[in-house]
Write a protein that binds this ligand. Structure first.
Ligand SMILES: [Zn+2]
Length: 346
């Protein structure tokens, strides 16, 4: 092994005596050329241990740069400056490029997409700007239903057509369910189907740890001629087990939503305490996961499916919520903050 300090002393002393162009070139070849002790040493670093590389690499590279600079200064004085040689050094440690990655919500969405595709579901997307017609009328919300206002929908000022007739109110969809009717209407042949539709929904409400004005939902709808409630429950269980990677217990309680009949609140046994009760589940042992149930006959009718022949099952998963549960995140606002200290943890 060479002694870098000795090498430096020798190189400086010899450079001090070099005068002519030839002498400077000879010095360059001897101390910086491809076969110089320093270059050979730098190349040999590749076989050294990580510790040795860390210690010797910067030192040797520093010496190389110093010698190059000394030569440069000397050539300037001697007026023999030559074009700089390419300084590419294969022994220099590489730079760590900062690659991006998928957002935790997108990761969970992709997992759900995979799980549903495996179960034969189609994936569908619809417009974020929707209408009162699709978000309330076809979903069996009565005309005076408080949810039309209390859902804190963002309404878009309606335009009038050229004849001055007012058009239906447009909105930023407050939920995804209207897409199910768009999908059913678009189906020319009335035949059994199963599809999912992930996306953003918007509500004009105050934000806190559990609420955001813009959030992600994931809905699924199966329509067939014979779907039982237990079939729906098996579907929910399968999906949750896929997301959480372990066995889960699911229960269905009656709940009211205009677009389902009968409607259910679907709960999952708390994964944190296995149902014994803890702060995550507010000592209940169960965590509310999603609404669901068979589509209301009026919804099937609006989609062009005869409710006397067809039945189905909806589930509506809060994507932010399920992602928070999966990773133990306690504030939904972190999800959309764009804060890299948060995002880099996933
Ligand atoms: Zn618990």
């Amino acid at each position: 092994m060479i002694n870098l300090d000795n090498l430096k002393t020798r190189a400086r002393a010899e450079l001090a005596t070099a005068r002519t162009n030839d002498e400077l070139e000879a010095w360059r070849v001897k101390y910086l050329g491809r076969s110089s002790d320093l270059s050979l040493f730098l190349r040999s670093l590749a076989e050294k241990t990580l510790e040795e590389k860390r210690e010797l690499g910067p030192k040797a590279n520093g010496l190389k740069q110093e010698l190059e600079r000394l030569l440069f200064d000397k050539q300037k004085i001697a007026g023999t400056r030559q074009p700089v040689r390419s300084g590419f050094d294969i022994t220099e440690p590489g730079k760590n490029l900062n690659l991006g990655h998928l957002h935790p919500i997108t990761q969970v969405k992709n997992e759900l997409n995979d799980a549903f595709k495996f179960l034969g579901f189609e994936i569908y997307e619809g417009p974020e700007i929707s209408s009162e017609g699709y978000d309330f009328d076809v979903l069996n919300f009565p005309k005076d239903h408080p949810a039309r206002e209390s859902m804190d929908t963002y309404w878009i000022k309606p335009e009038t057509d050229v004849l001055g007739n007012g058009l239906k109110r447009l909105d930023l969809r407050p939920h995804l369910t209207g897409m199910s009717v768009r999908y059913m209407q678009a189906k020319k042949k009335k035949e059994p189907f199963r599809f999912v539709y992930p996306g953003r929904a918007f509500r004009s409400e105050a934000t806190d740890a559990g609420h955001e004005r813009c959030f992600y939902q994931y809905e699924a709808l199966i329509v067939n001629k014979d779907i039982s409630l237990s079939g729906g429950k098996i579907l929910v269980t399968t999906i949750l087990e896929r997301v959480f990677g372990r066995q889960v217990e699911v229960r269905m309680r009656p709940g009211f939503f205009p677009f389902v009949e009968p409607g259910f609140e679907i709960d999952m046994q708390c994964l944190n305490c296995s149902g014994r009760g803890c702060s995550v589940c507010k000592w209940d042992g169960w965590v509310e996961m999603m609404p669901g149930g068979p589509p209301h006959p009026n919804v099937l009718k609006a989609g062009g499916f005869d409710p006397k022949v067809w039945q189905g099952f909806y589930i509506n998963i809060g994507l932010d919520r399920i992602t928070m549960m999966k990773h133990g995140i306690d504030d939904i606002r972190l999800m959309h903050s764009g804060d890299l200290r948060f995002l880099n943890q996933f």
